[in-house]
Design a protein around this ligand. Structure first.
Ligand SMILES: *[C@@H]1O[C@H](CO)[C@@H](O)[C@H](O)[C@H]1NC(C)=O
Ligand SMILES: *[C@@H]1O[C@H](CO)[C@@H](O)[C@H](O)[C@H]1NC(C)=O
Ligand SMILES: *[C@@H]1O[C@H](CO)[C@@H](O)[C@H](O)[C@H]1NC(C)=O
Ligand SMILES: *[C@@H]1O[C@H](CO)[C@@H](O)[C@H](O)[C@H]1NC(C)=O
Ligand SMILES: *[C@@H]1O[C@H](CO)[C@@H](O)[C@H](O)[C@H]1NC(C)=O
Length: 204
C-alpha cells in the first residue's frame, strides 16, 4: 500500500515543477496534522470534479451547487459534515459523518457498509483542497475540488486542470460548478436561517 501511495504521489509530482514552487505540495499521502485539521475546519464550496465512477459522475451532473462545513473532532478522528445541496432547483440539507486517517492523509466515509477512501490534497495557499478517488483504477478514478470562496481564480482552475491530467484523465471530463449563477443556489436562504438560529442560541 505504501508503494502504491508513493507511485501515485510521484505521478502527481510533475505538476509542481512546471509551475512555481508554491504548488510543490500537490501530492498525496501527506499525513493530516492538527494544524491541517484546524485549517480544514471551515465552510467549503464544491467547485467541480472529474469522475469516472458513473454513480459519482451522475450525482455531480444532477447537482447545481453544494456547500458544506467540515467540523473535525481531534480526539476521536471523525468529522461532522453538514451539507447543503441544490438539486432540481431545491435545497437539500444533510448531515453526515466522515472519518480521517492521519497517517496516510485520507478521508473515509461509510456508504452502505462499504468504506470509501479519498486522498486529501491540500492547497493551503489557495484556500482549496482536492480529493483523489481510486487513482489507479481507470474505470473509477476521480478528482474533486473544494474552495473556501465560491469563485474560481484562473490560477486555481489551472491547478485543477493539471491535477486531472496528471491523474490520467482529460480536462474535458471536469464538471465545474457555476457559482456565478447565484439563482442556482437554493440553499443560501436556509443557510442564513441556520446562522440566525445559532446566533439566537448564543444569546443568554
Ligand atoms: C510543503 O509542505 C511542508 C510541510 O507541510 C512545508 O514545510 C513546506 O513549506 C511546503 N512547501 C511549500 C513550497 O509550500
Ligand atoms: C491534536 O489535538 C488533540 C486535541 O487538542 C490533542 O489531544 C492531540 O494530542 C493533538 N495531537 C498532536 C499530534 O499534537
Ligand atoms: C466523536 O466526538 C463527537 C463530539 O464529542 C461526537 O459527536 C461523535 O459522535 C464522536 N464520534 C464517534 C465515532 O465516537
Ligand atoms: C443523507 O445522508 C445519508 C447518510 O450519509 C445518506 O444515506 C442519504 O442518501 C443522504 N441524502 C441525500 C439526499 O443526499
Ligand atoms: C489509510 O490508512 C487506513 C488506516 O491505517 C487504512 O485502513 C486505509 O486502507 C488506508 N487507505 C489508503 C487508501 O491507503
Amino acid at each position: 500500500m505504501a508503494l502504491h501511495v508513493l507511485l501515485v504521489a510521484l505521478s502527481l509530482l510533475p505538476l509542481l515543477e512546471a509551475q512555481n514552487p508554491e504548488h510543490a505540495n500537490v501530492t498525496i499521502g501527506t499525513p493530516i496534522t492538527n494544524e491541517t485539521l484546524s485549517w480544514l475546519s471551515d465552510k467549503w464550496f464544491f467547485m467541480g470534479a472529474a469522475f469516472r465512477n458513473l454513480e459519482y459522475k451522475q450525482s455531480v451532473q444532477k447537482l447545481q451547487t453544494e456547500f458544506f462545513y467540515l467540523i473535525p473532532n481531534l480526539i476521536n478522528d471523525t468529522m461532522e459534515v453538514p451539507e447543503f445541496l441544490t438539486t432540481e432547483d431545491r435545497c437539500v440539507y444533510n448531515s453526515t459523518h466522515m472519518g480521517f486517517q492521519r497517517e496516510n492523509g485520507t478521508f473515509s466515509k461509510n456508504a452502505g457498509g462499504v468504506e470509501i477512501f479519498a486522498h486529501l490534497i491540500v492547497l493551503k495557499k489557495h484556500g482549496a483542497f482536492m480529493l483523489a478517488f481510486d487513482p489507479k483504477d481507470e474505470k473509477k478514478k476521480g478528482l474533486s475540488f473544494y474552495a473556501k470562496k465560491p469563485d474560481l481564480a484562473p490560477e486555481l482552475r489551472e491547478i485543477f486542470q493539471k491535477a486531472v491530467k496528471d491523474m490520467g484523465m482529460d480536462e474535458s471530463e471536469i464538471i465545474f460548478v457555476d457559482w456565478k449563477k447565484s439563482l442556482s443556489d437554493k440553499c443560501s436562504q436556509q443557510q442564513k436561517q441556520l446562522e440566525l438560529e445559532k446566533e439566537t442560541k448564543k444569546d443568554p
